[in-house]
Design a protein around this ligand. Structure first.
Ligand SMILES: NC(=O)c1ccc[n+]([C@@H]2O[C@H](COP(=O)([O-])OP(=O)(O)OC[C@H]3O[C@@H](n4cnc5c(N)ncnc54)[C@H](OP(=O)(O)O)[C@@H]3O)[C@@H](O)[C@H]2O)c1
Length: 295
């Protein structure tokens, strides 16, 4: 079977892509390749100066804008400042297994970075999106457990890796419910999932369980990890497709459409999670908010 690589990227001139957390790691590689293929790439990042330096010598059209996805005011400001079409939104920013910490909004930092902030960003930008939203999740979503009564780790004892797994399962369920709502309102916009497998980036820097380094022999180069994101962002895949490496366990290899874990296909849970998350970000009662419940 043909192995999909960046050589297979289509011509992307005239297309605009927003990618979060793209100043380094998989996000930067994804941004670089999309721009090389002709897209206008907008990087939403915490450190604007660092990201500008990172893309300064790269060929293509880049724009760098401030965005801290764990700060709801920053998310709202980014979305408010957007005008015009946005072909592809890639929710890439993420942290893994970080110590317990509350954001300025009083929310759990890991859950907010990986899921709640991107949920808000996506909903606020959705009316601009013309093609698709790509959610970067992880194969570790299959280990995740959603506690709707304590989504934001207030009453349970916080465990960094469990919070990561839960946040990535929440992302998978978000994609499911978003696609359901988009389809119900007759939208052609797609919600697509990308799982990079295991790639050697800075993601495991805080990880006490250090899962990436323990399984180093199984890891991908970062360029290989970014392929799933690039494929999910550009190939003609069905709504709510789960794109991940084609090797054993979805950890290594070339991008292919795979199947998300069973919990990630629970429609009832996805609907309840959406409502609970909307409560958390204080979006309830805003009629213009994102993709409303059909009918
Ligand atoms: N690497 C893997 O094996 C692997 C596997 C599965 C899934 N993933 C997912 O892939 C995505 C990218 O991870 P990576 O491997 O490239 O890790 P990375 O090298 O640590 O990069 C993470 C990126 O996210 C940004 N970020 C973190 N918090 C942010 C915030 N609050 N607002 C905006 N940006 C923020 C970081 O920006 P700063 O420079 O400001 O910190 C950085 O650019 C993540 O969603 C991760 O969960 C990675």
């Amino acid at each position: 079977m043909t192995k999909w690589t960046t050589e297979n990227l289509p011509e992307l001139a005239g297309r605009t892509v927003v990618i979060t957390g793209a100043g380094r790691g998989l996000g930067l590689i994804t941004a670089r390749e999309l721009a090389r293929a002709g897209a206008r790439v907008v990087l939403g990042v915490r450190d604007v100066g660092k990201a500008r330096t990172a893309v300064a010598e790269l060929p293509g059209a880049f724009e760098v804008r401030p965005l801290d996805v764990a700060d709801l005011a920053s998310v709202r400001a980014f979305a408010d400042s957007w005008s015009g079409d946005l072909d592809v939104l890639i929710n890439n920013a993420g942290v893994m297994d970080i110590p317990a910490e509350r954001t300025g909004d009083g929310l759990d930092r890991q859950t907010t970075t990986n899921y709640t902030g991107p949920f808000l960003l996506t909903n606020l930008l959705l009316d601009h999106v013309t093609d698709r939203v790509v959610h970067v999740t992880s194969q570790l979503h299959t280990q995740g457990k959603i506690d709707l009564a304590d989504l934001d780790w207030r009453t349970r004892r916080y465990r960094g890796m469990a919070a990561y797994q839960a946040s990535k399962l929440a992302v998978v369920l978000f994609s499911l419910e978003l696609q359901r709502r988009l389809t119900a309102r007759g939208s052609r916009v797609r919600s697509v999932l990308a799982s990079p497998g295991i790639a050697r980036t800075g993601l495991a820097a805080h990880s006490r369980s250090n899962v990436v380094n323990r399984f180093k022999f199984l890891t991908n180069a970062p360029e290989q990890g970014a392929l799933s994101v690039l494929y999910a962002a550009t190939e003609d895949v069905p709504g709510n497709a789960y794109v991940g490496p084609d090797g054993p366990g979805g950890l290594r290899g070339y991008p292919a459409i795979r199947r998300q874990g069973k919990a990630g296909l629970d429609e009832a849970l996805a609907g309840r999670l959406w409502d609970r998350t909307a409560d958390l970000v204080g979006a309830v009662g805003q009629p213009e908010f994102g993709c409303p419940q059909p009918g």
